[in-house]
Design a protein around this ligand. Structure first.
Ligand SMILES: [Zn+2]
Length: 312
């Protein structure tokens, strides 16, 4: 009898240690954020990705199928109204909404009363920590800031699906270790780059990455409105940058192009010069979505900088 009870107890304990498949419906807006969610949910479920392909999140339009998945979502992870647009969260009415970068007023772009009783707004870390400047919407490009993102997302998952709390926490711990290693690896790679060289970016998306690793761009093709909807650089901007590239004193290795933007204007810029065109992809457009996507995307960024800075 005693033996039977013991076996039963052991069986129950073993059973409890296994994660249960969750019925939680989690939607993440862009691939890097989705990747973090996928890593946290490993073993219990898979989040769905809203903005796919080379779609530029700055001018994302909701498709009917997206509206359906937003309406049914229990949890929504997104950067915020200034990146993906205000309409996303208005549709995700019954979701716990995790906004990583609230807009300048500290709001998410709508009144809180639009949510039902299950709705919550949980903000990531403060957006004014750099002295009231516009917050960088591309915060995922700094692995150190992603550690904070992990904490906020983990908290939302644990609260919404407490049955799987231990799995989420274990995944979170592993993810933080992996982020730490990534950060060290990126720092080593960027430090090896030839100092004194610079580059031109397509849009002003890299402040978080540059601040973290001590890089500085010579300028951006799309200027003045980093959050905005400018799709091609002004003639004035092109002339300005062209003059910069032609100055022999500035050592510009490349102009970075991005999958979400037409490279034509960048080609005009480098025509007749030795300056390379190199792809820099802040979203991991060609990388399969999933837990590894974030890490591959960040390693690709480092590789793009290596290509840009390499002397021919
Ligand atoms: Zn951007």
């Amino acid at each position: 009898m005693k033996k039977t009870l013991l076996i039963l107890a052991v069986t129950l304990t073993a059973f409890a240690a296994y994660a249960q498949e969750t019925s939680l419906r989690v939607v993440a807006s862009i691939k890097p954020i989705h990747s973090v969610a996928a890593a946290l949910m490993e073993g219990v479920g898979a989040p769905s990705l809203l903005i796919t392909g080379a779609t530029n999140p700055h001018d994302y339009q909701i498709r009917p199928s997206d509206a359906e998945s937003l309406q049914n979502a229990d949890v929504l992870f997104w950067v915020g109204p200034d990146l993906e647009g205000k309409s996303i969260e208005a549709i995700a009415r019954s979701a716990r909404i995790v906004t990583l970068v609230p807009d300048e007023d500290g709001h998410d772009g709508h009144g809180h009363d639009e949510h039902d009783e299950h709705g919550h707004d949980e903000h990531g870390h403060g957006h004014d920590e750099h002295g009231g400047e516009n917050p960088d919407l591309h915060l995922w490009l700094d692995p150190h800031r992603v550690e904070e993102v992990v904490a906020v997302m983990l908290d939302a998952l644990v609260q919404t699906d407490p049955d799987n709390a231990s799995t989420y926490r274990a995944n979170g711990k592993a993810l933080l270790e992996r982020l730490h290693l990534l950060d060290e690896n990126l720092r080593e790679r960027i430090e090896r780059l030839e100092s004194g060289r610079s580059y031109v970016v397509f849009h002003d998306a890299y402040a978080s990455f540059e601040d973290r690793y001590g890089l500085r761009s010579a300028g951006a093709l799309l200027s003045g409105d980093p959050h905005g909807h400018e799709h091609s650089p002004s003639a004035h901007r092109l002339t300005e940058l062209r003059e910069l590239l032609l100055e022999t004193s500035t050592d510009i290795g490349c102009v970075f192009i991005e999958p979400a933007f037409d490279p034509a204007s960048a080609k005009v810029l480098t025509e007749g010069t030795d300056v390379k065109l190199v792809v820099l992809d802040p979203l991991g457009t060609d990388i399969p979505a999933g837990a590894d996507a974030y890490f591959l995307m960040m390693e690709n960024l480092a590789a793009s900088f290596e290509e840009c800075f390499a002397t021919p």
